[in-house]
Design a protein around this ligand. Sequence first.
Ligand SMILES: Cc1cc2nc3c(=O)[nH]c(=O)nc-3n(C[C@H](O)[C@H](O)[C@H](O)COP(=O)(O)OP(=O)(O)OC[C@H]3O[C@@H](n4cnc5c(N)ncnc54)[C@H](O)[C@@H]3O)c2cc1C
Length: 381
Amino acid sequence: MLQFSDEHEAFRTVVRDFARRELAPHVDRWEARGELPIEAVEAMAGLGLFGLVFPEEWGGAGGDFTSLCIAIEEIGRVNQSLGITLSAGVGLGANPVHSFGTDEQKARWLPDLVAGRRLGAFGLTEPDAGSDAGGTRTRARFDDDTDEWVLDGSKAFITNAGTPITSLVTVTALTGTGEISSFLVPAGTPGMVIEPAYRKLGWHASDTHGITLVDCRVPAANMLGAQGSGLRNFLAILDDGRIAISALALGCAQACLQLAVEHAKERHAFGGPIGRFQGIAFQLADLAVAVENSRHLTYTAAWLKDHGKPFRQAASMAKLYSTETAVDATRVATQVFGGAGFIEDSPVARFYRDAKILEIGEGTSEIQRLVIARGLGLPVG
Ligand SMILES: Cc1cc2nc3c(=O)[nH]c(=O)nc-3n(C[C@H](O)[C@H](O)[C@H](O)COP(=O)(O)OP(=O)(O)OC[C@H]3O[C@@H](n4cnc5c(N)ncnc54)[C@H](O)[C@@H]3O)c2cc1C
């Protein structure tokens, strides 16, 4: 049976109260503004959420991954845009530096990222290389005269790349035929053009940009990890990220279940609450089972990671199931709300728009099925 420690339960209460008190009242305004609210990042940073999993040496709390998932789930219950901002800030911004950086790189970047004063971004996807990340076309050539790497290419859909507090973007690039390395590119580096923010279906209060790299020069010391290890390292980062996205999806599904159940009790039609119709009640019963399954898969994957056990398969299973459950949950909740569910100021309408990306980002559902099938030993291509 899934059981959380007293510390985890107490932490969940703290984050839940924080999210309801400090974030929920402003969410509609932030979403309507259509950009990342820095004041929300500062509030989450004030609670220490960006530093949960990092060692005290860098200003973190030295906590476990389970705690991070609890935080992402609870923030995600209130607002998915802020949930992904936290998830990406920790998992895609700071984690690559912490996992693969040199002491100098860590000392330069981690204190601000761990404190949540600055955000880092992770540039893997390209216009012509998403699921097939090995198809990276961005190139890095070494300039012997200046001892610099020169980057040329483009990246697509990069979270937290263009905020006023973004300090760096980590990008993958070819350093030889079939050899992918990764580089730390400080924000504001000449030649790194942050394109205008995308207009997205959902996640309106999160930051997403394309990036163009033209003769963009970084010192040799900005290579992250060993030359040629870029793709392998980035894919390892995504294994963690998939558990985090599963937690975010769980928050979405849990919120929709709760909203729909409350509405089904309160909304009357044909002389009584709509929740007395089996057509409504059974959908919500099925949803409750799926949410519970998502919770188990998410926190089992987190537990495996926290205990140093292999977790790639579990992370993919959690991400696949929880994100598909979240999409189902938004569809059911919107239906239960009827016309009100289609109106912007209803939270279920926002969750409906926000959920779809969960099945796409950090590896689509198809890619999760590929990973799981390969884990079964199937020779799937
Ligand atoms: C809002 C948002 C934020 C994002 N943030 C980031 C970020 O911070 N950093 C980053 O690097 N990327 C980011 N991404 C990119 C995201 O990870 C990719 O969009 C995703 O991995 C899919 O890649 P793609 O869009 O190129 O789709 P494609 O790879 O072109 O896939 C198109 C379709 O083909 C399917 N497909 C592809 N290959 C196979 C296969 N082998 N078998 C079966 N089906 C297959 C896919 O599942 C999908 O349904 C973000 C995207 C969005 C929309």
